[in-house]
Design a binder for this molecule. Structure first.
Ligand code: GAR
Length: 192
């Protein structure tokens, strides 16, 4: 059985799509959700889906370093094959990224390198891009700069408002993120 840990900060629709996709899998299991945000809807989703979760409340730590050190300790206590960032809105420090070299992936709602960072869908929309899309990539030390695994392009219909564009982007994310995870884990070694 291949094991996944998911990190998320917000709503958790990607988290839910991944959990549902693998709910009956005999090869891949989601062993834990970690969230840095005690208000996040994603924790509620984990509860309903019966997935183990841990809230590491960022606001209770004295510094970013203390938070990240604690997160690192909690991750090291787990045995997993892949760490999946699904709307995790903090930057992982380089010592965590290096330790889990090739084992962390992220999804981003734009065609990177365009629109890195936050509010990417909105910025693409405001710039009246004809195309935007999603990027799934390895997490490396450069933020939003890791090797790209998959990009899917989306033509922006001129009649769409921002909410419709967001909905279309999320649909693509929910469709492709689970598939990419499945492909990565079935192509990795067969020893577990
Ligand atoms: C997703 O659109 C994801 O691509 C984005 O956050 C959203 C989370 O939605 N991630 C980033 O912007 C990372 N820089 P969700 O909580 O409903 O899955």
């Amino acid at each position: 059985m291949k094991k996944i840990v998911i990190l998320a900060s917000g709503n958790g629709t990607n988290f839910e799509a991944i959990c549902k996709y693998f709910s009956k899998s005999e090869k891949i299991s989601i062993i834990k959700l970690i969230t840095d945000n005690k208000e996040a809807q994603v924790a509620e989703r984990a509860k309903i889906l019966g997935i183990d979760y841990e809230i590491i409340d960022y606001s209770t730590f004295k510094s970013k370093k203390e938070f990240n050190d604690y997160l690192f300790d909690r991750l090291k206590a787990l045995d997993f094959d892949l760490m999946v960032l699904a709307g995790y809105m903090r930057i992982l420090p380089s010592y965590i990224v290096r330790y889990y070299d090739n084992k962390i992936i992220n999804i981003h709602p734009s065609l990177l390198p365009k629109y890195p960072g936050v509010r990417s869908i909105e910025r693409a929309y405001n710039n009246k891009e004809e195309y935007t899309g999603i990027t799934i990539h390895y997490v490396e030390e450069e933020v939003d700069g890791g090797r790209i695994i998959l990009q899917k392009k989306l033509k922006v219909d001129k009649n769409w408002d921002l909410a419709k564009l967001e909905e279309e982007i999320h649909k693509l994310e929910h469709q492709y993120y689970p598939q990419v995870i499945e492909n990565l884990l079935s192509n990795s070694d067969e020893d577990s």
